[in-house]
Design a protein around this ligand. Structure first.
Ligand SMILES: Cc1cc2nc3c(=O)[nH]c(=O)nc-3n(C[C@H](O)[C@H](O)[C@H](O)COP(=O)(O)OP(=O)(O)OC[C@H]3O[C@@H](n4cnc5c(N)ncnc54)[C@H](O)[C@@H]3O)c2cc1C
Length: 426
């Protein structure tokens, strides 16, 4: 691995995001690229840099006016760039084995040492989530743009790819820039154009469209890591609790997560809900244990022995918040004292607290989703190279592929790993 000096050059007024020095100049030789990479997101940038380390020259075409838009806003602007416990188990895919090869070749340790090499030291927050100690996502982007500059890559922003066509053994890439449609040729093309979430950050359906155009199967896509909505007669109950956060276990037939849930005026959010949303299908229930570390019946039994006159309301307010306990009136006999609770009351309390059943009306959609579930079918790609099995020289990486990670740095780990793997084959 070469360790070039990172240069920072201004790309936009008042911005310290760096840019390749050649970005504003014309190409020396327009056919001189080993590959064109579509998308300067996590996958495309890692792919470009790793290809450069191997002596390859690439052009990155990016629709936005700057690279790494999602990296910049990720983790609340702090960028949760990997997860120390990442393994193939935290990924959803039509083929659960598909990601194993990439993760064996680019590990979490590789991510950690790559960023350390270029000056980013990680700090672990909860559950293995790694963030830069600087808490600045732009430090992550600056590493890539600095390396692209030093490696002599071209990174063109405001360049939206419209289509890619097969020409001989290579490809013709049509893109718009400066209000003009232009065409460039390259022997290889890397589709790192991401998934459908958050159009205002540059998301397009290009990856899915291109796969279909080349006769490749695309699995059903849906928003994932997304808040869930409640409508109808139940909605006011959730609305009154808006802002309340509770540590819970949330589960369905496919998965279970212990983290916080957050009540909102339109439904449920918080990390446990985002996690389960990736496993939820419209029309299904999810279940919530509102008190996962304890058995409420045992707890009530102990309390009634010493303080049987305490009302259920006061007792629940001690376990949760007063607001939450009050919201349970109408659902549970909160006015009764603990000593007078009947067997049926206790069964109802236990069921309510430990198996709270919710049927979401829907989700908040791609604008509020962190990732897309589904995408270019893993059946269509070599797991070792991420090259299309049908179209030699065409590669798909990152979020446009049917590999979706949990919340907590897993999706970037997939983006880095897939970018690295593709680079080895350009
Ligand atoms: C709000 C939010 C917070 C997140 N936080 C985290 C986090 O902390 N940790 C984590 O692991 N994951 C996080 N994610 C998910 C993570 O950002 C993505 O999984 C990851 O960025 C995917 O990388 P990618 O390179 O495949 O796609 P992207 O990063 O989306 O990059 C794709 C790029 O392609 C460009 N593009 C699209 N179409 C075209 C076109 N036609 N022509 C040219 N360019 C095009 C886009 O503008 C974009 O820059 C978050 C996502 C969101 C929305």
């Amino acid at each position: 691995m070469i360790i070039p000096v990172i240069r920072k050059m201004s790309i936009l007024p008042n911005s310290d995001i760096c840019e390749t020095p050649s970005m504003s100049t014309n190409l020396r030789n327009q056919t001189d690229f080993d590959a064109i990479i579509i998308g300067a997101g996590a996958c495309g940038l890692m792919c470009a840099v790793q290809a450069g380390f191997l002596g390859k020259r690439v052009l990155i075409l990016e629709k936005n006016d700057r690279p790494g838009a999602k990296i910049l806003i990720s983790g609340g602007g702090r960028c949760n760039y990997t997860n120390l416990y990442a393994s193939p188990q935290q990924f959803i895919s039509g083929n659960e084995h598909f990601c194993k090869s990439a993760f064996a070749r680019w590990t979490v340790d590789d991510t950690v040492s790559f960023f350390e090499t270029y000056g980013i030291v990680g700090q672990e927050k909860t559950l293995g989530q790694l963030f830069p100690v600087s808490n600045k996502a732009k430090d992550v982007v600056n590493i890539f743009t600095g390396l692209c500059a030093d490696l002599g890559h071209e990174l063109w922003c405001d360049a939206e790819v419209a289509k890619v066509e097969r020409v001989g053994d290579g490809f013709a890439v049509t893109y718009s820039r400066d209000n003009k449609m232009k065409v460039l040729n390259a022997p290889k093309v890397v589709v790192a154009s991401g998934g459908l979430p958050v159009a205002k950050l540059g998301a397009t359906d290009l990856g899915l469209r291109m796969a279909k155009q080349f006769g490749m199967w695309v699995t059903d896509t849906a928003p994932a890591l997304v808040p869930l909505t409640i409508t109808g007669k139940d909605q006011p109950w959730y609305e009154q609790l808006s802002g309340n956060s509770i540590f819970c276990r949330v589960w369905n037939d496919r998965a279970s997560f212990e983290e916080n849930i957050l009540f909102t005026h339109w439904g449920l959010s918080g990390p446990a809900i985002l996690q389960i949303s990736s496993y939820w299908r419209p029309g299904e229930f999810i279940y919530i244990d509102l008190l996962p570390p304890q058995d409420i019946l045992e707890s009530i039994q102990s309390e009634r022995e010493v303080n049987g006159k305490k009302t259920l309301l006061v007792y629940l307010a001690g376990l949760f918040t007063r607001k939450f306990a009050e919201a349970l009136s109408g659902k549970l006999p909160v006015e009764k004292n603990l000593a007078s609770l009947s067997k049926t009351d206790l069964e109802n309390i236990s069921k309510f607290i430990h198996e709270f059943r919710v049927k979401p009306a829907g989700d908040k959609g791609y604008d509020k989703a962190e990732v897309m579930r589904g995408g270019v079918s893993t059946d269509e790609l070599s797991s070792k190279t991420l090259e299309s099995k049908k179209v030699t020289g065409l590669y798909f990486g990152g979020e446009c592929v049917d590999v979706t990670g949990w919340l907590g740095g897993y999706n970037f780990q997939w983006a880095w790993a897939s970018g690295f793997v593709i680079a080895q084959n350009l």
